[in-house]
Every structure is written in structure tokens, then in C-alpha cells.
Design a protein around this ligand. Structure first.
Ligand code: EPZ
Length: 430
């Protein structure tokens, strides 16, 4: 069984390059099949979720050529199948982007119900409501979402909740619909804007992405493009909190500081120094951390995908902090694991009440999902003594070379795959 072996206690110090945004990549890769011309995507993160999506796209006839680790050429002219139901695709959330992309291009698609991290109920009613508003028939049969339309017609769609996935799916489904589509109460996340920019570079006519009203004028077809994905806001935020948690000094490079504002603001509040320049942010944690309160919100609010990481820092801060999770109802599963390391956290409904402790102690813990898994790794790097982190496949869904990047900052962490390798690690690092 693969796990991370970690010896904590070293402050993380140095510079780290941030990769392309996973959640933008998933949308952009899916949208690439919407033209019959070739699309070149650069700055693609090489993580499990993007690789599973590419595999599923190949299975229906999309030609995928890896130019290098972070560059891929795609061509959707030979698609021969509009049904996607392989076992892998069921495990990732973004499988449903193939629904929007295929429906938009071929007016038909059947895709397995999406999986993804178990962080709450994660309904897809807003996606379905939007597809129907565009004129598609939608049903769920035998675990598949089945969509079909004679033609797609633009419409005025009001989203009942702010949903990243539904906003992205409806942009793809409406981009070649007849007439104008208006998405109200749209998500404003950087990856929503990145997808709109990507589609516009293929000839789409999308305006307003990044605000809560997106206007899409349907075009007859899309053409090929070359496009570089934006840097990953959450990977960057995770390394910024790595500095805070380990009392280190980390510069995240190749980032868009604007996307990190809510994260930087909280780091300042808890006593870190944050220095921004054009495309990097440096976080220095030389003072003891102090408590604060935080509530997760859609962008530009504090991201739910950073909630476990800030909680890991607050559990080491003086005083009592309150963390309110307002996006997903089951995103505190890391608390039991952190308790094993000495944290003092009480969860009531969607709120965690955190009484800061002076230190963590190493323990055998398991990643309950992607972001919580990364946050627990940060806790283990700050802890006294050894830890092991199981279920690292969750972390590998969204962090490229996570142990290697942490090692380059001085973290003592290794991926091991046997008891023998674990013992060897312990002997090596003492
Ligand atoms: C995306 O999930 C991300 N995933 C998540 O990242 C992220 O946590 C989330 O957005 C919020 O930022 C991808 O981009 C692949 P939503 P998504 O639709 O699209 C409710 C990570 O760690 N809702 O914005 O599934 C829903 O239950 C992952 O990288 C409905 O009620 O999230 C939630 O409460 C985890 N009906 C809220 O909206 C719907 O039809 C926001 O969900 C859709 C959503």
C-alpha cells in the first residue's frame, strides 16, 4: 500500500513552481473536443483526474497526443461514440463536463453519473435544469445521464445556487446553440473565466465571465486554438499555508496574485507576512499564529478547497477560531485524523470550533479526500516525530509531484510502498 512517510519539524523554506489549474484543465480538456480542428493545451497539470479524463476522451475517439508532460494536442474530428461509462470516469467529478461538451457539439450524450471527492451530496439538478432550458431532454437511467436535443436554443437561465460545474457545463452546452443564452447567478471562479477565454479563443462569443451574469451568443462552429491554462489557485494556496503551518518562508512562483487575495488576507490576519509581486507571492511565518474566523464562500470569497488547510493552521494558532463551511456539508472529515495529532476541534453542523494547541505530534493518519489529504500532510510536516499518511491516491488526484515539491522546500517526506521501505525511511531520517 502506498503512503507518505513524513518526519515533521522542519520549517519549509524556498521557492516552488505552481502548475496549471486542475479544475480549469478538466473543463478546457473536455471543451477541446467541441471542434474538429486540432487544439493545443499548454500548462496542463499531470495529475490523476486530468489523466482519467483524457483516457475517457480517447475511448470515444478523441485523438490525444502528449507533446510533453504539460502539453497535449487534442483532435475531436474522429469521435465515434457518444456514450461514456467506463469505471474510471465514474470516479471523477469532471466526467459531467463531457456531457456539456458532447451535447453542445452533437446534441446528444450519455455519461455515467459523476463521482469525485465525498464531501457532501453534490446534486446535479442545476446542470439538468440548464440543459432542459436549452431544449434538451434529460433522464437518468441505469446510472447514466442521458441527454438529447433536436436542436439547442439559447435561453435565460437563473441558477438557484452558485455552481462552478453547472456554470461550466452550461457555457459549453450553449456555445453553439441558436441565439443568446444568459446565465444569471453564475459562478465567478478563475477557472470559469479560463474556460470562457479558451472557448472565445476557439471562436465562441462569451461575455461577462467572472461576473454573475454570463452572456453567450451561439456561433455555428468552433475552430482550433493554442491555449495555456492558468496557474492553480488551490495548489498555490496549499503551499502558502505550508509556510504558515511549518513556520517557514515559501515563495509560490508562476501564480496570479489576484486569484489568491482571499487566501493572502487570511494569512495576514493570522500573523504571517505576505509579499506579492507580478507573478509570485512570498509567505513568511516568523511570529506565532493568532486565531481568526473564516467562512467558505464562492469566489471571490475564501475557497472551500482551502478550508482544511486553514483549519490545520488555526489549530496551531493561539485562541479560539471558528471555521464555517457553507458550500459542502461533509467537509470536516479530516478532524478525526487531526485529533490523533493533538488538535482540539469540535464540529457542530457546518461549523468547526478550534481551540489552538502548541504543537502536533506525528501519527498514522489517512487522507479522507483531496484537499483534506493535502492539509493533513501539512500538519504532519509541522508535527513532532513521524507520521504516515494513507489513501494518498486522493492527493494524487490534484497535486502533481506533491512530495517532491515539499522535499525541495526542506520537507522530510517520501512516498513508500511497503513496511520495509517505511523502516528504511525511518532509519535514514532518524
Ligand atoms: C467544483 O466542484 C470543484 N470541482 C470542487 O473542487 C470545488 O470544491 C467546488 O467547485 C467549489 O468551488 C471541479 O471543478 C472538478 P459546485 P462542483 O457545483 O462543480 C451545490 C477539489 O478539491 N449544487 O460549485 O461539483 C453543491 O451541492 C474539488 O478540487 C447544487 O445544489 O461544485 C454545492 O453545495 C472538490 N446543484 C454548491 O452547489 C447542482 O446542480 C457548489 O457546488 C450543482 C451544485
Amino acid at each position: 500500500m502506498e503512503q507518505y512517510a513524513i518526519k515533521g519539524g522542519n520549517p519549509l523554506v524556498g521557492e516552488v513552481e505552481i502548475g496549471g489549474a486542475k479544475n480549469a484543465a478538466l473543463a478546457i480538456l473536455a471543451a477541446s473536443l467541441m471542434t474538429d480542428e486540432t487544439v493545443l493545451v499548454e500548462n496542463m497539470p499531470d495529475v490523476r483526474d486530468t489523466n482519467v479524463l483524457l483516457q475517457a476522451m480517447q475511448s470515444i475517439g478523441v485523438m490525444v497526443e502528449r507533446i510533453d508532460r504539460h502539453t497535449v494536442k487534442l483532435n475531436g474530428s474522429q469521435i465515434h461514440k457518444l456514450v461514456i461509462e467506463d469505471d474510471y470516469i465514474k470516479k471523477i467529478r469532471a466526467s459531467y463536463y463531457l456531457l456539456g461538451a458532447l451535447l453542445g457539439k452533437y446534441k446528444q450524450a450519455d455519461v455515467s453519473l459523476p463521482g469525485g471527492c465525498n464531501i457532501g451530496l453534490r446534486p446535479i439538478d442545476q446542470h439538468i435544469k440548464g440543459f432542459r432550458a436549452l431544449g434538451a431532454k434529460v433522464s437518468i437511467e441505469h446510472g447514466l445521464i442521458i441527454t438529447k436535443a433536436d436542436k439547442l436554443m439559447g435561453n435565460h437561465i437563473y441558477m438557484d445556487v452558485v455552481s462552478v460545474g453547472a456554470t461550466i457545463n452550461l457555457m459549453m452546452a450553449s456555445v453553439m446553440a441558436e441565439g443568446q443564452t444568459i446565465i444569471e447567478n453564475a459562478a465567478k471562479e478563475p477557472h470559469v473565466v479560463d474556460l470562457a477565454n479558451f472557448l472565445n479563443s476557439m471562436g465562441a462569443n462569451i461575455k461577462g465571465a467572472g461576473t454573475d451574469v454570463i452572456r453567450i451568443k451561439g456561433v455555428a462552429k468552433l475552430h482550433g486554438t493554442e491555449y495555456a491554462i492558468i496557474p492553480d489557485q488551490i495548489e498555490a494556496g496549499t503551499f502558502m499555508f505550508a509556510a504558515a503551518v511549518t513556520k517557514g518562508d515559501v515563495t509560490v512562483k508562476n501564480v496570479i496574485p489576484k486569484h489568491l487575495e482571499s487566501i493572502s488576507a487570511k494569512l495576514l490576519e493570522i500573523g504571517c507576512e505576505v509579499k506579492e509581486s507580478d507573478d509570485e507571492v512570498r509567505v513568511v511565518a516568523s511570529k506565532a499564529l493568532t486565531h481568526t474566523h473564516v467562512k467558505t464562500l464562492p469566489y471571490p470569497g475564501f475557497p472551500t478547497d482551502m478550508q482544511p488547510q486553514i483549519a490545520v493552521a488555526l489549530a496551531l494558532a493561539s485562541g479560539t477560531s471558528i471555521v464555517t463551511e457553507s458550500i459542502f456539508e461533509n467537509r470536516f472529515k479530516y478532524v478525526d485524523e487531526l485529533t490523533k495529532m493533538g488538535a482540539n476541534i469540535k464540529v457542530e453542523g457546518n461549523t468547526a470550533i478550534i481551540d489552538g494547541v502548541n504543537r502536533y505530534t506525528g501519527a498514522g493518519i489517512a487522507a479522507p479526500d483531496l484537499r483534506a489529504g493535502a492539509a493533513l500532510v501539512l500538519a504532519a510536516l509541522a508535527a513532532e516525530g513521524f507520521s504516515t499518511v494513507d489513501d494518498i491516491h486522493f492527493i494524487e488526484r490534484g497535486y502533481e509531484d506533491f512530495p517532491e515539491k515539499l522535499q525541495s522546500l526542506g520537507g522530510i517526506i517520501e512516498k513508500v510502498d511497503s513496511e520495509q521501505a517505511l523502516q528504511k525511511f525511518k532509519l535514514k531520517v532518524g
